[in-house]
Design a protein around this ligand. Structure first.
Ligand code: AFP
Length: 316
């Protein structure tokens, strides 16, 4: 198959400016005080989570609202983050992938709304692949389109523990150092042009326009990199360019991934880094969630890849 709109001259990636060893709390100095506190609180709890993997690898006897058996780790990570935010006073609403409904914290005086995937990719911990915590931040109601977010962040637990955040003033990355501090790793990240694709779902179940998309990427020499941990796979795409997709597929056109907990926060971060996101037809960030459990086909990556999938779906 010949090129269907992917042939562009590769620009040099915008080099992220790096300021060594600035601590996260200093970096957030100019941020709204409640946003700053929220990001710092989550950073502290995730330090605890990063140390808790080895002893919590069994499955629990409960299932989440998607019918998936919860791992002890998922439940524990969920509890420690919720316990911390519940008492913070700054968070009013919290929706978690591990909870059936949006929680409302009665005593809160603040108005922040938080979406939480406490441990994305947790089934991969047993094989020691990277997993992560994903957070979306709103003012008020979390059942709002993703473009209403005021910030988002994720913490990736891999060989390094990396925290990435945006409050709509660039996308910035921090590494947990040997002294237990998150310090700057990369500031003002911009997604580069690149030729990596991370395709979820079974190829035999692809919808026709999605198959054309994948064939176009392959004919352009895109290299497949898919770990099965969404947060890690999107992190790679943001740094190396290309596209992550978990599409809708035959018998499940809404796909597998969750709008509130996975697609929106990661799509928001990549968009703030100069990329884009789509469900194949429209910007994911414009979608009004119908429920906490809303699932959506996901494409996240460079603008040209997102333009291409939307062009191919429109042609059908
Ligand atoms: P877990 O959190 O249950 O490991 O699911 C991970 C995930 O939601 C997402 O991180 C992956 O992209 C996707 O599932 C992979 O799903 P498949 O293994 O079914 O392709």
């Amino acid at each position: 198959m010949s090129s269907v709109g992917l042939t562009t001259t590769f620009k040099n990636s915008v080099c992220a400016h790096k300021k060594d060893n600035m601590k996260l709390n200093e970096h957030l100095a100019d941020c709204d005080s409640d946003l700053r506190e929220l990001i710092l609180r989550i950073s502290e709890v995730t330090k605890k989570i990063a140390k808790g993997f080895a002893s919590r690898q069994s499955y629990s006897d409960t299932r989440n609202i998607y019918g998936e058996q919860q791992m002890a780790l998922d439940k524990w990570a969920d509890e420690v983050i919720i316990d911390d935010l519940k008492g913070s006073g700054i968070v009013k609403y919290l929706a978690s992938e591990e909870q059936p409904e949006v929680l409302e914290f009665e005593g809160a005086t603040g108005d922040l709304g938080v979406t939480l995937d406490p441990l994305d990719g947790s089934s991969l911990i047993g094989v020691n692949l990277a997993v992560g915590t994903i957070v979306g931040i709103y003012r008020g109601n979390v059942l709002s389109p993703g473009n209403q977010m005021v910030g988002a962040m994720y913490v990736l637990y891999g060989p390094l523990t990396i925290l990435t955040y945006t409050v709509k003033k660039g996308v910035h990355e921090f590494v947990l150092n040997d002294d237990g501090e998150f310090v700057t790793h990369e500031e003002n990240i911009r997604i580069p042009d690149g030729k990596i694709y991370a395709p979820g779902a079974l190829r035999k179940n692809y919808l026709p326009f999605h198959m054309k998309f994948i064939e176009a990427l392959e004919s352009e020499g895109y290299k497949l990199r898919f770990s099965g941990s969404f947060v890690a796979d999107v992190h790679q795409i943001m740094h190396k360019g290309g596209v992550f997709t978990y599409p809708g597929f035959v018998s499940k056109e809404s796909g597998k991934l969750r709008l509130l907990f996975e697609a929106n926060p990661m799509g928001f971060i990549v968009t703030q880094a100069g990329g884009a996101t789509s469900d194949g037809r429209r910007d994911i960030l414009s979608v009004q969630p119908e429920a906490v459990s809303h699932r959506i086909p996901v494409y996240i990556g460079g603008k040209k890849e997102i333009d291409l999938i939307q062009k191919l779906s429109a042609e059908e």
